[in-house]
Ligand binder design. Structure first.
Ligand code: CUA
Length: 199
């Protein structure tokens, strides 16, 4: 009987040349890896997915104060106790994420540029604009100023896409985008949409 220890090489075929088809597949896999590797920097410049804006450090209390000033200056109504704010074109607009709501409701105009400030007063939240394909992390202690231009009128929902606690699934906010003449388009059934995005 043959004894075997870890000091002896096991019998194998590693010294034989790989079969041509295996070598071909390794070459294809390597080539594909290089394509994916190249896509990372390419997409960074060509993908149109990078946030346009600036980032600052901010104390939550200061951010809260700025947002309250912003609300007081441009408030046009309320919806279920949450202020609706219609800021002038080109202005700095403020949105707070805190467990488990978004403040205030922004009323924006299609085709108009704003600088959207996003920050959280407590934990990480995720800003996801339904039904558009927009995602952004909302982080306490940082104010992200994003340059945004609404491209379509509608009554949109902000859905929190970062798990933030027991009420995470109820953290739904609202953004109203009026058409370029400032008119609101048909308002969707709020309960219906809330059910759709937060089952
Ligand atoms: Cu806020 Cu999840």
């Amino acid at each position: 009987m043959e004894t075997h220890t870890g000091m002896q090489s096991p019998k194998g075929v590693w010294w034989k040349r790989a079969h041509p088809t295996e070598r071909m597949w390794v070459a294809i896999a390597f080539g594909w890896c290089m394509v994916l590797f190249a896509m990372m920097p390419l997409w960074h410049f060509k993908g149109g997915q990078n946030p346009a804006g600036v980032r600052y450090r901010v104390k939550p209390a200061d951010y809260m104060r700025r947002t309250q000033e912003f609300i007081a200056a441009h408030k046009v109504g309320t919806d279920q106790g949450i202020p609706i704010v219609e800021p002038p074109a080109g202005s700095d607009i403020y949105l707070i994420g805190l467990s488990f709501a978004w403040h205030p409701i922004l009323k924006l105009r299609q085709g108009t540029e704003y600088t959207l400030h996003l920050s959280s007063l407590d934990v990480n939240h995720g800003f996801s604009l339904y039904p558009m394909n927009i995602n952004f992390q909302v982080v306490p202690g940082y104010d992200y100023g994003l340059r945004v231009t609404p491209t379509e009128a509608g009554d949109l929902r902000i859905v929190c896409n970062e798990f933030c606690g027991i009420g995470h699934h109820t953290m739904v906010g609202r953004v109203i985008v009026t058409d370029s003449a400032g008119r609101e388009v048909a308002v969707a059934d709020r309960a219906e949409i809330t059910r759709e995005v937060a089952p």
